[in-house]
Design a protein around this ligand. Structure first.
Ligand SMILES: Nc1ncnc2c1ncn2[C@@H]1O[C@H](COP(=O)(O)OP(=O)(O)OP(=O)(O)O)[C@@H](O)[C@H]1O
Length: 249
């Protein structure tokens, strides 16, 4: 049986009397792709902030593979294996794709140091694995600044994997992508499934249907519903709270 990657128990934050996330609990198994749905302001980004340590919680706990990470510093949570991908990618635009991935896969803290030092076997293996997973082999020698929007997002995902992330928090990974890029992103996430655990905030239901193992719906900071895609689409409470304004498309 798969072990639990993330156990979120009653997590919440009180911003001067306003609870953006309010006693939220869920358990995400290792290798699962969990999609987080919810209307604007439901608390999705704040939940990601609480898991990644960007925002400190005022109640509840988060465990990562059995280790408590509640309210650790952001860099400590990243080191523990949680990778966060924002909508604006943070790649080194002047370095090539290869150099970006070498830097991400290396364990030395300095960028230039990593490019000069000989890589060890483990780092080379990780690099090859990331290139294969992200399908960036054809653009390794291109400077990251000239990549397409989709390629830049895939490079950033590859960098998270290279850095050792085992759980990835992805905030609208297909925002601004063409249909073709969105489908490639779904294929990439499906290649990662099983070995990596992902929590994905996404509104594009065609994409969600391609990737979701399970969906969790948030409403007003709380856990509203959880289940497989069909269950969620038919759930009356979800329809009323989130989908009432037009349904799942
Ligand atoms: N630092 C803060 N102080 C006070 N209120 C905040 C803070 N951060 C977020 N909020 C509020 O918490 C609520 C949840 O915001 P959040 O961004 O988490 O929602 P969301 O589900 O990600 O929405 P969206 O889909 O629009 O990104 C919103 O009402 C927001 O205004």
């Amino acid at each position: 049986m798969a072990q639990n990657a993330l156990v979120i128990d009653g997590i919440g934050v009180d911003f001067s009397g306003f609870k953006a996330v309010d006693g939220f609990s869920t358990v995400i198994e290792e290798g699962e792709v969990r999609v987080l749905l919810g209307a604007n302001g439901a608390g999705k980004t704040t939940l990601m902030d609480l898991i990644s340590g960007k925002t400190k919680s005022t109640e509840g706990s988060v465990h990562l593979f059995g280790r408590e990470i509640t309210n650790l510093e952001e860099h400590q949570i990243a080191q523990a294996g949680v990778g966060r991908k924002f909508q604006i990618p943070s790649v080194f635009r002047d370095l090539t794709v290869r150099e970006n991935l070498i830097v991400a896969c290396a364990r030395q803290p300095s960028v230039l140091g990593n490019l000069r030092l000989r890589r060890n076997a483990a780092e080379r293996r990780r690099f090859d694995e990331v290139v294969e997973l992200t399908a960036l082999g054809d653009v390794l020698d291109r400077v990251a600044g000239v990549l397409s929007h989709g390629q830049t997002q895939w490079l950033e995902l590859g960098m998270l994997i290279g850095q050792g992330a085992r759980v990835m928090l992805l905030d609208e990974p297909t925002a601004g992508m063409t249909v073709g890029e969105t489908m490639k992103t779904a294929a990439l996430i499906n290649r990662l499934r099983g070995d990596y655990t992902m929590l994905v905030v996404e509104h594009d239901m065609a994409f969600v249907r391609e990737i979701a193992s399970k969906i969790t719906v948030m409403h007003l900071g709380k856990h509203l519903a959880e289940g497989r895609v069909e269950q969620i689409e038919q759930n009356p409470a979800v329809r009323e709270a989130y989908l009432g304004s037009g349904g799942i498309h």
